[in-house]
Write a protein that binds this ligand. Sequence first.
Ligand code: GAP
Length: 444
Amino acid sequence: MDIQVKGDLMEKLVSLCKRRGFVFQSSEIYGGFNGFWDYGPYGIALKKVVEQLWWNEMVEKRNNVVGLDSSIICHPKVWKASGHVDRFADIMCDCKDCKTRHRVDQMPDPSVCTNCGSKNLTEPREFNLMMKTYVGPVFDEDHKAYLRAESCQPIFLDFNLIRIATRQQLPFGIAQVGKAFRNEITPRMFTFRSREFTQMEMEFFCSEEDAMQWYEFWRMERYNFYKNCLGFADEEIQFAPHDKLAHYAKAAVDVEYKFPFGWGELEGIHHRSQWDLSRHQEFSDEDMTYLDQATGKRFTPTVVETSVGLDRMILAILCHAYREDKAPTQKEGMDEDIRVVLGFPARIAPVQVAVLPLSKKLNEKAAELQDKLRHFYRTEFDVTGNIGKRYRRQDEIGTPYCVTVDFDTENDNAVTVRERDTMEQERVSIDNLKAYLDNKIYGW
Ligand code: GAP
């Protein structure tokens, strides 16, 4: 039975992520680098699966959404046209006493320093969040370029090329997964606000008349993704419409997740009007209009966007999965102790099946079994420590099924399958093992 997690859940999660190799600070041996994170073996496994799940839901399952993988650095004019060079800024102020810099919109009282309480603050000023670099041999203004601040802009640049290549007619979408960079002044809450992160974005091109209907459609599609694909409960997610819209937007709503530190934006669904295509048309002189064959009308498509940070999604999945319960222990003088579990849905667990030989003498037989299973599932071979400790370790990395090869396996051609959530064990014939696991993991 689950118990109330005692202490700070975020602290526990950050510590587990480091200890078990999910996520840790970048450049840790140099003291870390604020706002940058590395994903260890289980973190990258989870990230790849979740990215693929999103891609499958948004692209592969649909005939009217196609993919793109663009370069991170684009022509500098792109960011002038998109408005990022002039407007993509946070309003900041500095405390003259303790020298801390604050985002004004995050200060409970913008006239008091949240660090030292001083009222001796500078006037609020704009700080642009674009990360800059130089392209070519000369480091001057003419060679300045930007790392993209959102992955979607190249989708607008390539709109005509993709439309013609794929013979798509409106309405249709273009999706991309890729890195984005923002010089966030206050990176915080683990990976929640980072300076380098991965976005999964889909821009859906349609007529202005149909745009609100598509906006509603995608709003619900994305909500259902969190419920059906990730198993989030209704109490964990909510819609938060934007009070203040970007100057070009007609409607915008966030899907928020109830993180341990409070409700936080997970994904944005935005009605971006014709802003992006018309701006790129203006700055590039390229015709971005679309001729509707059925009506003979030419117009600039309207865009409805779904945009989520993969890192934030992973953080929400980790928060959702973390739990503690009481479980039998072999520790001296104790019948039970607290068990930490990452209860990932079996479909997305970084390791779906761990193969555990009960004794080193059974390593060969168990390795043969793993070689068969690895064609169908993400597997791990774990020989270190007693079986109880190995189960606990697999619980902590969220492995839903442990398959133990023991001395009876030779005689009955069967293994013991232990389920993470119930801790129940079942003897399963090796001949039926794939059918058994397919049913458990995928419901086939
Ligand atoms: N193209 C629209 C766009 O970029 P956004 O609201 O700025 O909109 C979309 O970002 C999503 O990207 C957010 O909902 C969040 O999941 C993620 N994101 C934004 N800034 C982030 C950051 N600094 N660290 C991690 N994820 C971030």
